[in-house]
Design a protein around this ligand. Structure first.
Ligand code: VGL
Ligand code: ZN
Length: 214
């Protein structure tokens, strides 16, 4: 059963649409199964919210999260880096590439901020708030606080990586946090989706569906 949530209030609520980019959609370099299916749902959410922020995974070529940067390693293996475990990915969302562009069907016009992440060669950034060292801020928390937002709604790709990491950080930063699961899709690597859902629930993230906002 979904958690009950209070109606959207433009004075305090913001929608953050995470990484709805071609490389995470079918045919892309790091395609999430059915990744583009959330686009109409995300668009309906975008229309429903007064304030919308988009995130964009935005890696330089030869980024350290790419398996191709580690001779002998293959995508989806995990290695230890100075900041901890890092899953290695196929080259994806390279700055300026077609794969890094937003899905053409996503309604980006009303977005008030596009936050790019993962642009430092030596460190990955799943979360919209902190890079994977859990310490380097992206600036989003300051922006949201300055704007007076206190509740963050999240949707996008992927449920178990960038959406979950963003939701957990939002809670850590004391934002009320809601994930709209029908507007997400997961990579689901070795049970990562179940782990991410449990971690979000434990952290007090409200997991619900967009129909609950009507
Ligand atoms: C993502 C893996 C690598 C995501 C980004 O958007 O969930 N996952 N880079
Ligand atoms: Zn990435």
């Amino acid at each position: 059963m979904d958690d009950v949530i209070s109606p959207v209030d433009a004075r305090r609520d913001v929608l953050v649409v995470v990484d709805v980019q071609n490389d995470f959609c079918p045919g892309g370099a790091l395609a999430v199964a059915d990744g583009d299916a959330l686009v109409p749902v995300a668009n309906a959410l975008i229309r429903h919210f007064e304030h919308v922020v988009l995130t964009q995974d935005w890696h330089p070529p030869a980024h350290r999260s790419f398996a191709s940067s580690h001779p002998g390693r293959a995508p989806f293996e995990t290695i230890e880096l100075d900041y901890g475990a890092q899953t290695l990915w196929p080259d994806h969302c390279v700055q300026g590439s077609a794969g890094a562009a937003f899905h053409a069907g996503l309604e980006t016009t009303r977005a008030e901020l596009v936050i790019r992440k993962g642009f430092r060669t030596a460190i990955d950034s799943y979360s919209a708030f902190y890079e994977n060292d859990r310490a380097t801020p992206t600036g989003l928390a300051g922006y949201l606080r300055d704007r007076g937002f206190s509740r963050v709604f999240l949707c996008g790709l992927a449920t178990d990586y960038c959406v979950a990491y963003s939701a957990l950080d939002a809670r850590r930063l004391h934002f009320d946090t809601v994930v709209l699961l029908d507007a997400t899709r997961a990579i689901d690597l070795d049970g990562s989706l179940e782990r991410a859902l449990a971690a979000m629930r434990d952290a007090g993230v409200v997991l619900t569906h967009s129909a609950r906002l009507r």
